[in-house]
Design a protein around this ligand. Sequence first.
Ligand SMILES: Nc1ncnc2c1ncn2[C@@H]1O[C@H](COP(=O)(O)OP(=O)(O)OP(=O)(O)O)[C@@H](O)[C@H]1O
Length: 546
Amino acid sequence: MSNFSYSNSNISRQRVGNWLLLEKLGAGVSGAIYRAVNVHTKPQQFVALKLQRKDEPCPTNRYERFFYPILQGGLGMPTLWGSGIHGSWDYLALDLLGSSLHSLYWKSGRSTMDLRSVLCIGMQMIARLEYMHGRGILHRDIQLGNCAIGLPPNEKTVYMIDFGFSKQYIDPKTNRHIPDSKVKRDFIGNYWFSSVNVHCRGKVPSRRDDLEALALMLIHLLSPGGISWTRHGVPKNEVEHGRLKREKLLARPEDICRGMPDEFEEFLVYCRKLKFADKPDYGRWIEEFRGVAKSRGYPESDELIWPPPPPPPKSLAVVPSPRKEPAANKDSEIEKVLNDLGRLRLEEAPQVLGDRAQIANAVQQAREAVKKPSSDNADKEVIVVSSGDEDDSTKPVPKARRIYLLRTKASDATDNATLSKLVLEFAEVLEKTYSKSLTVEGFSFLDALYKQLADPSVFVQPIRTSKRSGSSTTDSQEGDGLAKGRARRERLATLKGEVEKADTNKVLAGLVKAFGSEIDSTKGKTLPKPAFEFLHALGKRLKDLE
Ligand SMILES: Nc1ncnc2c1ncn2[C@@H]1O[C@H](COP(=O)(O)OP(=O)(O)OP(=O)(O)O)[C@@H](O)[C@H]1O
């Protein structure tokens, strides 16, 4: 046994410990992995046998032998079935797993991975890090090759592998966090995803750096062609390495996360703001990613389904057909709407949507269409454009449908007491959903509310296409993600204060519009806590002004 080398692929059918080597699965800098079978057990037990020379200058198997027992039992942590020295080989027998994320990424032949898979990987890997960190261990080498999916029946679980660079950050003697140091240290980790602090500034790694590496890995998966500094390949010399470090150091989160859901940028910024010994809020970020999944119409579960199923339809949610009315009633309903449109005081409307002649024309055309026999239209479903998170037909009344109905009721409301109830119900519907994001239907509810409070008889420009009110600052004018979030929350709290003091419907209308614009200015259209406080205050104030 002692005279073979792991660079030589012809060592299968040889025995190491109780294990018979089969084919080679992969190789790292200092070792190789083989599929192997236990020669003593029946039924046959297959494992991944990680081999390394026992005199290897960087004896990572020896380190792993120390960490694996501490990590046993955790979800997504491979079981260690045996380990030891055999001849000149140091071996570890581990759960046999499926493909690494590196292989999935490359074999998918795409320049980016699909968002749902990335969200699942994000949720699962945050949970793995929480588990490891909870046992006092840092990974320190987060990368695609060190995450692998299980084999059936565990193929939806992403495993964390390769603890060769791991380290205890809780000193077992003192039970305290390892100290930080001002002295620059040699770099440990990988070029692509090691954090800026560790890679570019030579700082001591801690929990925040594992999380930042994960953030960069997720961003990489969503970046067409990969995150920018990975596109020149592995640096071949110190000059190239220096160039890569500079590029990583200077890359702004908002630039590398462009086009992705806000949460990726916010996660990266969050990791970079953590202090050396801070415990990250793992649960918060798992829920943030789950919220993104929900808002895109994906299942909430973090199970990785590979290959990825086709995405849910993005923009169309089919809302059940409304109850059919007798034809005469239906026509008179339509006639009523057309009469209302015809009576609109277009010349007085301050913000007329579109060209007046066109509107008059459209009203006329619609009148004629109503007069024609409409049998082919009678049974058609009503299709509401939505952002895609409501098309779950298994739910009795989806969010989109409820908000759609609230909007219709708001347009028909004739008093403040009714509007108050509708606003509170609107807040309740949103509070009960994970994503807390304002969809197309949500904005149209605000439009209807604004119209009722300002002047029900005029066309008003929808909030999403209006100019933003003067005092608000756009996201791009403000600093980083966290500062943006804080400033937004403060502005919403101010709006709530103004609602409480408002003494006319017109003032309330202005505040509804400012509120809608504020939410519209965020990429995710997500409602933070002060937004709900605003809606509750609005509901209450409408009741007071009854
Ligand atoms: N338990 C396993 N089951 C199946 N394949 C595995 C397993 N562990 C590792 N592999 C495969 O072998 C590759 C190398 O594994 P690992 O990273 O543990 O080895 P390493 O020698 O420490 O590598 P490196 O030097 O790149 O860090 C993985 O990317 C994966 O493809």
